[in-house]
Design a protein around this ligand. Sequence first.
Ligand SMILES: CC(C)(COP(=O)(O)OP(=O)(O)OC[C@H]1O[C@@H](n2cnc3c(N)ncnc32)[C@H](O)[C@@H]1OP(=O)(O)O)[C@@H](O)C(=O)NCCC(=O)NCCS
Length: 168
Amino acid sequence: MKVLKTERMLLRLMTEEDSDNLLQIFSDSEAMRYYPSTKDLEETRSWIRWTSKNYKEHGIGLWIAELRETNEFVGQCGLIPQEIEGELEIEIGYLFVRKHWGKGLATEAADACKDYGFNQLGYNRLISTIDKNNEASKRVATRVGLHFEKEIFKWNKPIEVYSVNNKE
Ligand SMILES: CC(C)(COP(=O)(O)OP(=O)(O)OC[C@H]1O[C@@H](n2cnc3c(N)ncnc32)[C@H](O)[C@@H]1OP(=O)(O)O)[C@@H](O)C(=O)NCCC(=O)NCCS
C-alpha cells in the first residue's frame, strides 16, 4: 500500500474506503475553485475508479497523503497520465485539505513525487497543468523546480503548463 515516505508524510495507494477522506477536499468550494465544481459522493467514487484504472494501466496515479505521526488524511498527490496537445505527459498533481494549507505539505509531497518519477520510474520530463489564476499551485510547482513552459487551451479555459526535465 505504501508508495513513498517523506519527512512528515506517507503516500499510499487510494482505495474505495477513501471517499470520506477525499470529500473533505471535494466538498470544499474554496479547494475546488479552479475545478469545474465540487464533487458529491458518487463523483468521488468515480474519481477513485479513475485512479485505480491509472494504477492498473500506468502503474501511477494520485496517492493518499497522511501524516506519519497521526495517520491523519491531509491530501492527495501523485503522478497522473495526462494528454497535452496529443502527447501523453506525466503530471505531478496535488490537492490538500484546506486546514493543512500553508505548511509546506504540498511542496514536500510534490518534491517526493518528482524524485520518484525521475529516479525510480525513469521519466525524462514531468509537468503540471495549472489554472492561470491558481497562484498557490504555481508557487508549489516553482518551488519543486518546474518552470512555466506554455499556455494551452484545455478544459474550456486557458491553462498554464509548467515543466521540468530530469537532470535540470
Ligand atoms: C495548491 C495547494 C495544493 C497548495 O497546498 P499547500 O500545502 O498550502 O502548499 P505549500 O504550503 O507547500 O505551498 C504553498 C505556497 O503557495 C503560496 N500561496 C498560497 N496561497 C497563495 C496565493 N493566493 N497567492 C500566492 N501564493 C500563495 C504560499 O505562500 C506557499 O509559498 P511559500 O512557501 O513560498 O510562501 C492547495 O492550495 C490546494 O490543495 N488547493 C486546492 C487544489 C488545487 O488547486 N490544486 C492544484 C491543482 S493544479
